[in-house]
Design a protein around this ligand. Structure first.
Ligand code: CO
Length: 283
C-alpha cells in the first residue's frame, strides 16, 4: 500500500513538472559576429555542441551581428538571422523565456547594441516572460585570470619557454578595449614571453617586437585571440601578405609558427562563456 501511494505521488510529481515545462517555452539565442570562412565555423559548431550538452533539451538558435557577413553568406544561399530577426522568430514561435549568449570577447559596441535590442524586446507585450543577455568572455578580473590560465596550459607542447607567443585580439576604440590591455598584462605577468596585441586598438603589435629582442626570442607562435580563426587570422595574422604579422616578424628575422585555432574551439574557454549564460539564464 505504502509503495502504491509513493508511486502515485511520483506519478503526480512527474506529471506536474511535465506540465510546468510545457507551460514555459525556453530557448537560447547564441549571438556571434559571424564568419564567411567555412573552416572557421567549426568553432561555432563546438559552442553549439557544448551549449546543447549543458542545457539539454533547450532549443538553440543562432544569429550573426555582422550585416556584411550575413549578406556574403546570403549570396551563397546560407541565411543567418540578425539577433533582432532571430528574436522576432522566437517570439512568433511562442518562446517565453530566452537566454541570449553573447559570444563576444569584450563588452564593446556590438555587445551594447545587442543589449539595447534585447531591452526593447523585453518591453514588448508579446508574451515574453524573461529575456537576458550574458556577459562576454572578458567581463571580470576572474575571467581574465581564468582565460589566461586555460590559454597558457593549452599552448602547444613543443613550445619552449624561450619561444614567444603572441595572441592576436581584435581590439576596439570603445572603452571596453582596455580589457585587451588588461588581458595582455595578465598573460605577460604569468609568462614573460607571452604577449597579446590587437588588430584595431591597443596593445599595438609593433611595440612587441623590441620586447622580443630584449628577451632574445628566436621563435614566435602566433595564435588568434578571437572566437573564430576567420578573416583576421587568415589575412592579418598568418598570410604571406607583406603586412601580416607573420611576414613582419619573418622580415625581422624570427621563425614564425601560426596556429589557426579560434578561442571558441577551446572547450574550456567555451565553458567560461557558458558559465556567464548560466548566471542570467539558470537551467
Ligand atoms: Co575586424
Amino acid at each position: 500500500m505504502r509503495t502504491l501511494i509513493m508511486f502515485m505521488v511520483y506519478l503526480a510529481f512527474t506529471f506536474c513538472t511535465a506540465i510546468s515545462h510545457g507551460a514555459s517555452k525556453k530557448g537560447i539565442l547564441i549571438v556571434a559576429f559571424g564568419t564567411t570562412v567555412p573552416e572557421a565555423r567549426k568553432a561555432y559548431d563546438n559552442v553549439d555542441r557544448l551549449v546543447k550538452e549543458e542545457f539539454g533539451g533547450v532549443n538553440i538558435r543562432w544569429a550573426y551581428t555582422s550585416k556584411m557577413v550575413r549578406e556574403k553568406l546570403k549570396s551563397k544561399g546560407l541565411i543567418i538571422d540578425s539577433p533582432e530577426m532571430a528574436l522576432c522568430r522566437m517570439l512568433e514561435e511562442g518562446f517565453e523565456e530566452i537566454g541570449v549568449l553573447s559570444l563576444h570577447i569584450v563588452p564593446g559596441e556590438e555587445y551594447h547594441e545587442l543589449k539595447r535590442s534585447v531591452e526593447l524586446f523585453s518591453k514588448m507585450s508579446e508574451g515574453l516572460k524573461y529575456i537576458a543577455v550574458s556577459l562576454p568572455l572578458l567581463s571580470s578580473y576572474e575571467d581574465l585570470e581564468q582565460v589566461a590560465q586555460v590559454l597558457l596550459e593549452e599552448l602547444p607542447k613543443e613550445r619552449k619557454t624561450q619561444d614567444a607567443v603572441i595572441f592576436m585580439g581584435h581590439g576596439t576604440h570603445h572603452p571596453a578595449g582596455n580589457l585587451y590591455v588588461a588581458m595582455a598584462y595578465v598573460l605577460n605577468q604569468k609568462d614573460p614571453n607571452v604577449f597579446l596585441a590587437t588588430v584595431e586598438g591597443k596593445p599595438e603589435f609593433e611595440k612587441i617586437i623590441p620586447r622580443l629582442r630584449v628577451n632574445r626570442v628566436k621563435k614566435v607562435y602566433l595564435i588568434p585571440f578571437m572566437a573564430v580563426a576567420g578573416d583576421h587570422t587568415l589575412n592579418d595574422m598568418a598570410s604571406e601578405d607583406p603586412n601580416s604579422w607573420k611576414s613582419i616578424l619573418e622580415k625581422e628575422g624570427f621563425q614564425v609558427i601560426p596556429l589557426l585555432k579560434g578561442l571558441a574551439e577551446n572547450e574550456r574557454v567555451v565553458r567560461i562563456w557558458i558559465e556567464h549564460l548560466k548566471k542570467v539564464f539558470p537551467k
